[in-house]
Design a protein around this ligand. Structure first.
Ligand SMILES: NC(=O)c1ccc[n+]([C@@H]2O[C@H](COP(=O)([O-])OP(=O)(O)OC[C@H]3O[C@@H](n4cnc5c(N)ncnc54)[C@H](OP(=O)(O)O)[C@@H]3O)[C@@H](O)[C@H]2O)c1
Length: 254
């Protein structure tokens, strides 16, 4: 097992790519801290909850700690990381996966939506990274993975209509990845960004699309494989990169 005995926090682990990565980490022997707002499935909301993901991890024989957390709230993030440290003693891996999109033109984007998109996708990653870094720095080891999007670079309509706030947040996240990798390399901590090359079939993506727009969608399998590879890195290996799952697979023969 690649990650036996390691502790990983995955934000946005109640559904979609985050849930798939959490299960992948557990299959490789990591204890997983599942952080998201949905403790249980909400009526009328998107399917999935951290309790359900925890049950799936346990069904694999893995160890899970579901912690309700809103990544935009500093106190909520601090409490989630403290719960992880209390349960498992340290944090080796952080996957900043929590994300929200708002696929409307700028003229139809209220300030509140703009700010929410930036706070979840970008500020959330900053808050979570800052909260786990003291434990990683103390042990001189760690891996942080920021889940980004091709929307960071897209300048046309893309395969799905891409809200500008979302693209701006992900572009910021990529820059955050490069900057943080430089800062924490001296502590042997790897920081990498990972984005899907093809749209991944998730509850969130279904919410924003019509059935006829869902051609070419893939499962989260390739993202999971790449996330596991990055989770096993420290600064002596792969760090400071932002790549698609396809690129990373080609570069490293995954
Ligand atoms: N699917 C794709 O094709 C695709 C493409 C490019 C990039 N991505 C990126 O991949 C990541 C996962 O996407 P997905 O498609 O799996 O999305 P999804 O199905 O909508 O899941 C999003 C996750 O983020 C969590 N989340 C949202 N706001 C949060 C908050 N304030 N605090 C904590 N957790 C929060 C949600 O949990 P709660 O609602 O329970 O809080 C949920 O677990 C995102 O960063 C997304 O931008 C996805």
């Amino acid at each position: 097992m690649l990650l036996k005995g390691k502790t990983a926090i995955v934000t946005g682990a109640s559904r979609g790519i985050g849930k798939a990565i959490a299960l992948g980490l557990a299959r490789e022997g990591a204890q997983v801290v599942l952080a998201a707002r949905s403790a249980v499935s909400r009526e009328g909301g998107l399917e999935g909850s951290i309790q359900e993901t925890a049950a799936s991890v346990e069904a694999l024989g893995g160890q899970a700690l579901p912690v309700q957390c809103d990544v935009t709230q500093e106190e909520s993030v601090q409490a989630m990381v403290q719960a992880a440290l209390a349960a498992f003693g340290t944090v080796d891996i952080l996957v900043n996966n929590a994300g929200v999109a708002f696929f409307y033109p700028i003229t139809e984007t209220p300030l509140k939506r703009w700010e929410t998109v930036l706070r979840v996708n970008l500020t959330g990653a900053f808050l979570c990274a800052r909260a786990v870094l003291p434990a990683m720095i103390a042990r001189k080891k760690g891996s942080i993975i920021n889940i980004s999007s091709l929307a960071a670079d897209e300048r046309d309509a893309g395969t799905v209509p891409t809200g500008v706030a979302y693209g701006v947040a992900k572009a910021g996240l990529d820059r955050f990845t490069y900057g943080l990798a430089v800062e924490v390399g001296q502590f042997n901590i790897a920081v990498n960004g990972l984005k899907p090359k093809e749209p991944v079939d998730t509850e969130g993506m279904r919410f924003w699309t019509k059935p006829e727009e869902r051609q070419g969608w893939v499962s989260a399998d390739k993202m999971v494989k790449c996330a596991l590879f990055l989770a096993a890195q420290d600064a002596s290996g792969v760090t400071g990169t932002v790549s698609t799952d396809e690129e990373l697979s080609l570069w490293h023969g995954l």
